[in-house]
Design a protein around this ligand. Structure first.
Ligand code: SR1
Ligand code: MG
Length: 411
């Protein structure tokens, strides 16, 4: 079928013509209905379910040649759909319990059909409502350790790694990240958006060449450090959760990049949720209690990651290539430092750049939101500027606890 964007009306016929999807999910005689679910920045997303039983359901995700929320002035390669399909299969090899099942990939329509996670919600929405996810840190720590270790030179024979790198080169989406995460937020750019209440702070950051040079070092590491096949956009909008399960979605930004970019995305977005809580919760005790859970979760994600990563290192390392314990300790320390720098950068881009996050955008009062955003900018700067001194996850937590908003609400 030649490429054309699907609609609520056409997506049902599209699914009806996919025999392997019909036989895996639906029953003969099912009447299918399509519903538009798109609420991310980039793609079309539909739910197609059987009227007879809404539990028989799939998600159809289709790439547009541009970013959905911006329009045709922001072109994006359709090829990202193939990357996403490949990644879902690779992740399923190493961490099957944490990814949705892929039923079908259509290279002509740039569409994938996958499991409908209708028992889960986007994690950001749960964090905005102070929901505690008791298994999240365990799940996510294991997911990142396995997907990063098993796709790196620590495990793969060198020729396999090189083939994987060639297959997963993703220049179009990497350019989006280079621009929207590392470049535009830290300069005057027409795509940027920010809260006018923060103007003096925004001006200060954009004039801070010491900070900007550190961000550029991180950008250069992002562009050149082909360490593992990373997810590439692992924020809390790319994670679906409930109290029992955790599923990582949307790996369309994947490529061979630095491991710390994924780990930093998770920790930085949890820190954004921490900053946003006073914008959502009126009761100070309840707010403090949930913030404590977020700090524990940041700590726990790293600790679980490190424990699992060390286990894999001990049991699965390609020992022909790597053999000293001292190297392992230096490697893990550098991972934590990269995590800190990338995490801080990703926090700031969500306040200064084009793509913002619901954690903060859902706070209607601009002054109250500015207090939360200002604290996030402070943490982001601390993480970036102090990353080389970081020795343990506690150092990141201390920087969060010591951070301050420049414009305390109501002061
Ligand atoms: C045009 S918006 C692009 C952003 O959305 C994705 O979630 C990525 O974070 C990207 O930077
Ligand atoms: Mg996404």
């Amino acid at each position: 079928m030649p490429y054309q964007p699907l609609t609520e009306a056409t997506v049902v016929d599209y699914v009806k013509n996919l025999p392997e999807v019909l036989s895996s999910v639906f029953l003969p005689g099912d009447t299918l209905r399509g519903v538009d679910l798109a609420d991310g920045n980039v793609n079309l997303v539909y739910r197609v379910s059987a009227e007879q039983n809404l539990g028989r359901t799939v998600i159809v995700k289709q790439a547009l040649p541009y970013a959905r929320v911006v329009g045709e002035s922001f072109p994006m390669p359709l090829e990202r759909s193939r990357i996403e399909a490949d990644l879902l299969q690779i992740e399923a090899r190493y961490a099957p319990e944490f990814v949705p099942r892929l039923y079908h990939h259509d290279p002509e329509m740039y569409a994938i059909v996958m499991e409908d996670l209708n028992q889960h919600i986007i994690m950001r929405k749960g964090l905005n409502a102070q929901v505690v996810y008791p298994h999240f840190a365990q799940h996510l720590g294991v997911f990142i350790a396995r997907t990063l270790f098993y796709t790196s030179d620590l495990y793969l024979p060198h020729e396999v790694k090189k083939e994987m790198m060639a297959k997963h080169i993703n220049p179009g989406l990497c350019k989006v990240t280079e621009d929207l995460v590392f470049t535009h937020p830290f300069m005057e750019h027409p795509g940027n958006k920010w809260n006018a209440e923060l103007q003096p702070e925004v001006d200060e950051i954009r004039a801070n060449n010491s900070l900007r040079s550190e961000i550029f070092l991180l950008k250069e590491a992002f562009m050149t450090h082909a360490q593992a096949l990373i997810h590439g956009d692992l924020h809390t909008g790319s994670i679906m959760v409930n109290e029992r399960e955790t599923k990582v979605i949307d790996p369309e930004f994947a490529f061979y990049g630095p491991m710390g970019f994924d780990i930093g995305a998770v920790l930085g977005n949890l820190a954004l949720a921490y900053c946003a809580q006073p914008g959502h919760v009126e009761d100070p005790e309840k707010c403090a209690e949930y913030r404590l859970w977020l700090l524990d979760t940041i700590r726990e994600v790293w600790n679980v990651f490190e424990t699992e990563f060390r286990r894999l290192w001990n049991e699965e390392l390609n020992r022909e290539n790597w053999d000293t314990d001292e190297f392992r300790e230096k490697y893990i320390r550098r991972l934590l430092q990269d995590t800190t720098g990338f995490g801080g950068t990703k926090m700031m881009r969500r306040i200064l750049g084009l793509a913002h996050v619901l954690d903060l955008e859902a706070i209607p009062d601009p002054q109250r939101r500015a207090t939360c955003e200002s604290q996030a900018l402070d943490i982001g700067q601390r993480w970036v500027m102090n990353r080389e001194r970081v020795r343990s996850i506690e150092d990141l937590i201390v920087m969060i606890k010591e951070s301050k908003a420049k414009y305390p609400y109501g002061a």
